[in-house]
Design a protein around this ligand. Structure first.
Ligand code: NAP
Length: 506
């Protein structure tokens, strides 16, 4: 039997699989469309109440208990490895190898958080001892530690069906912190989401955790997401997705009677600057590597380096030519859903419609697939048209030809907030690079030299975030252990007797 046919299309709410009165059909890249229950604001209410109930135990659980839970979720996902790959690949059109890699990243992330909370460092434990003899007033005993915020809502994105979805980075970080999670399933991969929810459900049973600690609601309509961020019991939101969607939900969080933090990881154009000596020496190699990075996952990465700032002159001409050649060898590739293809076509038309932008590689996008596009513009055209700085989600590159170092600096200054920015440089380029660095530091979450930003390590030193519109909260990251901070808040205990202090503070 096709493993996908096991799908039941129900929501997981407070430990129960719940159907609905109406269904929506999935739209897989391959295979049979299936029916999934349509979530409602009532489902959201039930899930939030279950999460609040769970918080009274889970929010006060020991770190060892949560470590065991996170490791068990990882094990349960691995036990479903084949079916996750099969269903995930069919739903998204992503190759099986990509799904396998992403699953590895997802379980590693869960285990990393499980291990990370074993060390006390993330709790920021501090103790100011009392000064009873201090004049004119004595100082009290003061202790501080980070505490979980409460139930967290999580929205995954279409392009990472595992690592930024049901049991992805936001869920792992929130559960590690001690926060119950309610996931709004992404309609692009409902079957994949459901299997991962089953894995978490199994881990809940194995570890004896409160069943309200995790809920999963299918939906293809905005009302579920809106009800979720507005629910009074939700204390924070982790979102990975588009600028438009993220901004709409951010605004709702801010407009609540009790506003809550909305951690939106949004889009970015991830500029790469090719400095003169680097392009002279390695222009063709960088062009080939750029073409590869630009089309990885059909360009459907938030870290896709969509814009290259390249000096005018022969080396720049060779770079554009080499990029065009490398891109033209890539045929049509399946994109994640029809909506993304339609948005990609609109983005291409927006870029192509700017006066002064020339088409280097004409290409096609239709129904569910696209081939790469390449455009070129002068630095003056870039500086006059801010719309060129907006993300086009897909395999589209824009080469901006800078008239010289001063214009490259001006282009850097014109950038909006970015997840990443990259310098391709040689030692001889250090002077210009050191002038660009202070500007790029203000614009980005991650700065790279001589590499490509696609591929984000999950480590302690990673930042995946940046000034708006890359994210809605530049103090945060959605990847790496620091991402747990989003779901914690510091509490100060003044003169509290040791016996009733949280265990970690005693
Ligand atoms: P999306 O269309 O914004 O969807 C993400 C989630 O938000 C979905 O569950 C969607 O649900 C919900 N949503 C969107 N607009 C909403 C609204 N107005 N009200 C309520 N809910 C809303 O994004 P996507 O197409 O999945 O992902 C692609 C985008 O994600 C790209 O722009 C990419 O750059 C970005 N991304 C960013 C990162 C990062 O870490 N920064 C990582 C990956 C992807 P419904 O539409 O079903 O309601």
């Amino acid at each position: 039997m096709n493993k996908q046919s096991n799908s039941h299309g129900k929501h997981l709410i407070g430990g129960q699989w719940v159907g609905g009165t109406s269904t929506f059909m999935s739209d897989p890249a391959r295979g049979v469309a299936r029916a999934y229950s349509v979530g409602t604001p009532e489902h959201v209410d039930q899930a939030c109440k279950a999460a609040e109930d769970a918080f009274w135990t889970y929010g006060y659980s020991t770190r060892a208990e949560r470590t065991r839970f996170l490791h068990t979720i990882a094990d349960e996902i691995e036990q479903r490895a084949d079916v996750i790959t099969e269903v995930g690949s069919a739903e998204t059109g992503l190759p099986e190898a990509r799904l396998q890699g992403e699953r590895g990243r997802t379980v590693n992330q869960l285990r990393l958080f499980g291990d990370y909370i074993q060390q006390e460092g993330y709790l920021d434990l501090k103790h100011d001892h009392p000064l009873p003899d201090r004049k004119p007033l004595p100082r009290a005993d003061l202790r501080i530690m980070q505490q979980p915020v409460g139930p967290v809502a999580v929205f995954g994105s279409s392009n990472f069906p595992l690592a930024f979805s049901t049991a992805g980075g936001d869920t792992a970080a929130a559960l590690a912190a001690g926060c119950p999670v309610i996931v709004k399933g992404h309609p692009s991969h409902p079957g994949t989401g459901e299997i991962v929810a089953e894995a978490i459900h199994a881990a809940i049973h194995k570890c004896g955790v409160h069943s309200g600690v995790f809920s999963f609601i299918h939906s293809e309509q905005h009302d579920v997401g809106e009800a979720l961020v507005e629910h009074p019991l939700v204390c924070a939101v982790g979102f990975t997705g588009s600028l438009v969607g993220g901004r709409a939900l951010f605004n709702r969080c801010a407009a609540r009677p009790v506003p809550i933090p909305f951690y939106g990881e949004l889009g970015s154009i991830n500029p790469i600057f090719l400095l003169p000596t680097a392009i002279d020496r390695r222009g063709v190699d960088i062009a080939k590597a750029w073409a590869g990075s630009l089309t990885l996952g059909v360009g459907q990465f938030c870290t896709n380096p969509g814009v290259a700032i390249v000096p005018q002159g022969a080396a720049g001409d060779t770079f554009t030519e080499a990029t065009m050649k490398a891109l033209s060898e890539i045929g049509p590739q399946t994109m994640l859903n029809k909506g993304i293809v339609a948005a990609f076509c609109r983005g291409r038309d927006r870029v192509a419609g700017v006066a002064g932008v020339s088409e280097v590689l004409a290409s096609a996008c239709e129904e569910r697939s696209a081939t790469p596009h390449l455009y070129e513009a002068t630095g003056d055209v870039w500086l006059e048209n801010r719309s060129l700085g907006e993300e086009v989600f897909g395999p589209l590159g824009l080469v901006v030809r800078s008239s010289g170092p001063e214009q490259s600096i001006e282009i850097a200054r014109s950038l909006e907030g970015q997840l990443t920015a990259t310098l391709h440089m040689e030692e001889e380029d250090s002077e210009l690079a050191s002038r660009l660095m202070p500007i790029l530091r203000r614009k980005t979450g991650r700065l790279l030299a001589n590499g490509f930003p696609t591929g984000v390590e999950v480590t302690e030193a990673m930042i995946h975030g940046g000034p708006y519109p890359a994210s809605t909260n530049f103090g945060a990251t959605s990847v790496g252990t620091l991402s747990i901070r989003r779901f914690l808040r510091p509490v100060c205990y003044q003169n509290i007797p040791e016996a009733i202090l949280p265990e970690d503070l005693r």
